[in-house]
Design a protein around this ligand. Structure first.
Ligand SMILES: O=C(O)C1=N[C@H](C(=O)O)C[C@H](O)C1
Length: 298
């Protein structure tokens, strides 16, 4: 299909607070009941939607069957809240197959990163995202995360991608405030903060929302922050943000999602397990995490 075929409308589909869900493990296998319970808890706490199989979900360590079962579990527990599915890789044929296979799931969108490792030109990146958007049944969110993929999307490339009717949002981990601001001013892509430490700034600049890992915990405060920013109450929003910052900082003091999983395990929501080569958080960090999470030591 070309960019002229049937198109979804440009609704602000992806606004608000989205949780990039962790994938719980138990004795090496995916713990689907824990994932369902986590999704149910977060839904009740007022989040806007979920991302399954993002970086926080350790998607790179899940096989395709596990990824689909994770998605099914989240869709079921989300009970109508929108769910976005993460898609990544660097073999275009295989990623295309994945996009086509996802057409039978009621997902709100696909979160697609640039192909990692191979570092294509801007023209190659345009080709990658347009090809996948042409093949997709649902909107694409561009996952701009150069420090993980090795590929930097320029502002011009992102603006060119915004002309595709299925490319509707960006998860912005680009680390370039000028690019963030230009995309918000352009207005065609919904800009979501993809770095937790950038949530306040992105929303204050006029961004649509955030895809967050640290909001697994202290969720109501993140929800409150978003509401205050949406209402333009900067003074109160600043107060809530200042209180959240030490928590956000400790969540990324070791590779994500290890710190988060340590807290969720301490709270009894899952095992403190990651798939190698990701490692559980260190004991020293564990104590800082418990203090920031307001959990008493065991
Ligand atoms: O999985 C995600 O989506 C997120 N990933 C970022 C990361 O790369 O670690 C962090 C962000 O909070 C959400």
């Amino acid at each position: 299909m070309s960019a002229t075929a049937t198109t979804p409308s440009r609704q602000p589909l992806f606004s608000g607070l989205w949780i990039a869900l962790v994938t719980p493990f138990k004795d090496g296998a995916v713990d689907y009941p824990a994932l369902a319970a986590l999704t149910t808890r977060l839904r009740a706490q007022g989040v806007s939607g979920f991302v399954a199989c993002g970086s926080t979900g350790e998607a790179a360590a899940l096989d395709k069957a596990e990824q689909l079962q994770v998605l099914e579990t989240v869709l079921q527990a989300a009970q109508g809240l929108p769910v976005v599915m993460g898609v990544s890789g660097y073999h275009q044929g295989q990623v295309l197959e994945q996009v086509q296979a996802l057409a039978r799931y009621p997902v709100a969108g696909l979160l697609v990163s640039a192909p990692h490792y191979i570092r294509p030109s801007q023209e190659g990146l345009l080709h990658w995202f347009r090809t996948l958007a042409d093949a997709s049944a649902v909107p694409l969110l561009v996952y701009d995360i150069p420090y993980r993929t090795g590929a930097t999307l320029s502002t011009e490339t992102l603006q060119a991608l915004a002309a595709h009717p299925r490319i509707q949002a960006i998860k912005d981990c680009g680390g370039n405030p000028a690019k963030t601001q230009a995309l918000i001013a352009d207005g065609r892509l919904q800009v979501l903060a993809g770095e937790d430490a950038q949530i306040f700034h992105t929303l204050a600049l006029g961004g649509a929302g955030a895809i967050s890992a640290s909001a697994h915990w202290q969720t109501p405060r993140f929800v409150e922050l978003m509401a205050l920013l949406r209402a333009g109450d900067l003074g109160e929003a600043r107060r809530v943000w200042q209180a959240l910052l030490p928590w956000i900082e400790v969540c990324f003091a070791e590779p994500n999602p290890a710190p988060l999983k340590a807290v969720l395990a301490h709270a009894g929501e899952m095992n403190n397990e990651l798939r190698a080569p990701m490692m559980a958080a260190s004991e020293a960090l564990g104590q800082r995490l418990q203090a920031q999470a307001g959990l008493s030591p065991r």
